[in-house]
Design a binder for this molecule. Structure first.
Ligand code: GUN
Ligand code: FE
Length: 436
């Protein structure tokens, strides 16, 4: 007795590195489950599904001709509390953290700040076409509670956890060593795999957790099969020198995390810009994932990430890292990723870029059995894109001759303005109302 909805439009399903494109495509969603039933050519789909079968609810048809639908975008590293301090002037990583970031994060001791910011942030993700994310909250458990409560209400698939910090940070953000771990344990008990929510153990980075806390985080990680772990790695030269001074007897930055049991298939390390060969090898051996954050690396002057080199060792996802990053748009993020690779003579194709922000990021997060493309039985998280959303885009698209060209223009010039609708498990959770 399922309600079926049929969506008519060209379709890009992020299948393998070469996306599948269907002109006049259609996507079939079962409204009772929020899962994808089928996709294909619209005439075939209409013939197969449009006439209601005996005893079944009528089929609803949503017509988005001239639009493009794609799987929802996935952001693998973003700090929701930092949306209120994006674009803070003048500093590189460590001063930026001390002068701006920690000041803003301390305001999350107020649960109202956490609720208001979580609600605004999740709505902004949808406005940018992002339907899933691996997110940093703050060290306050209520920042996580506020985030999961709103994500559960929207039914978005999200991953977060309380940030573990017990040294080298302001007292109003540090939580005692065992207390931070207990908070994470409580959050796992309450939220892990409840609906579409997942928990990540989240030590901020090697500088702000004591060895004891990193070790306890590793023990907690080892005691679960499906809990995630996220932290930062080798983003900035002063950061790396600080870690070396704290751990003079370790082989390097990654070796600290390795020694504490923090590496593995469900671990995502943000940045990993400045690594030694032995560190790349160890990433490969442990299947640890790297999140590349181009707008952040440029904004904070952190360095140029080598995408093909890192990919030759391990899985790489692409992420915004707001508020070190300067945009929540995964399209804007791809545009900057392209430029970072151009500076190293590694042009990033539209196919590769769009694959990364959909199925590629889903694979990196071990969520590709649920999201990332339009395979039947996956969750119907998708975006309806207006490739001609602005006069500029409309004019530029009119000059294009091939699909590759159109998708490349979308990747370079697209942003939140091209996102017409964002669907979460088949439900419309965002529509762009006014033109800008
Ligand atoms: N390293 C430790 N904390 C942070 C953070 O909040 N942002 C970035 N970009 N790097 C970090
Ligand atoms: Fe970050």
């Amino acid at each position: 007795l399922a309600d079926k909805s049929i969506t008519l439009m060209p379709v890009v399903a992020g299948v393998s590195v070469y996306p599948e494109y269907i002109a006049n495509g259609a996507l079939v969603v079962d409204d009772s489950t929020g899962l994808i039933v089928d996709y294909g050519n619209s005439e075939t789909i209409l013939a197969d599904y449009a006439s209601a079968q005996e005893g079944q609810a009528p089929v609803q048809i949503h017509d988005y001709q001239d639009k493009l639908i794609m799987p929802g975008f996935i952001d693998t590293h973003v700090h929701y509390p930092q949306i209120d301090m994006m674009a803070a002037f003048g500093e590189q990583l460590l001063d930026w953290l001390n002068n701006y970031t920690f000041v803003t994060e301390a305001t999350f001791s107020d649960p109202k700040v956490a609720q208001d910011t979580a609600t605004f942030f999740l709505n902004q993700l949808l406005a940018n076409g992002t339907t899933s994310a691996l997110v940093f909250s703050t060290s306050h458990p209520q920042s996580v509670e506020a985030f999961f409560t709103e994500s559960q209400r929207l039914n978005t698939r999200m991953i977060t956890g309380n940030v573990l910090m017990d040294q080298n940070a302001p007292a109003n953000l540090c939580v005692p060593t065992e207390q931070g771990i207990r908070d994470t344990q409580d959050i796992i008990d309450k939220w892990h795999e409840r609906g579409r929510q997942h928990v990540a153990i989240t030590p901020r980075f090697a500088i702000t957790s004591t060895p004891k806390q990193l070790q306890m985080a590793g023990e907690l990680y080892a005691s679960y099969d499906s809990v995630y772990l996220q932290t930062h790695l080798a983003e900035n030269h002063d950061e790396i020198a600080f870690v070396r001074s704290l751990y003079p007897n370790h082989k390097g930055y990654l070796d600290v995390y390795d020694d504490m049991g923090l590496l593995g298939r469900r671990t995502t390390l943000a940045h990993g810009i400045h690594l030694e060969t032995a560190e790349y090898e160890r990433l490969r051996e442990t299947d640890t994932q790297i999140a590349h954050c181009p707008t952040s690396n440029l904004f904070l002057g952190s360095g140029l990430f080598n995408l093909p080199k890192t990919l030759s060792y391990t899985g790489v996802s692409i992420a915004t890292d707001v508020g070190g990053g300067t945009s929540l748009s995964m399209l804007t993020t791809l545009s900057e990723a392209y430029k970072v690779q151009q500076l190293q003579s590694n042009p990033l194709s539209a196919h590769q870029g769009l694959y990364h922000i959909t199925l590629g990021n889903a694979q990196s997060l071990v969520l590709d059995s649920k999201i990332g493309n339009f395979m039947p039985s996956k969750e119907a998280d998708f975006v309806v894109i207006d490739m001609a959303a602005t006069p500029m885009l409309e004019r530029r698209m009119a000059q294009t001759k091939t699909l590759d060209e159109q998708l490349f223009v979308l990747m370079m010039l697209g942003d939140d303005r091209v996102i017409e609708h964002t669907m979460i498990a088949g439900v419309n959770r965002y529509s762009r109302t006014s033109a800008t």
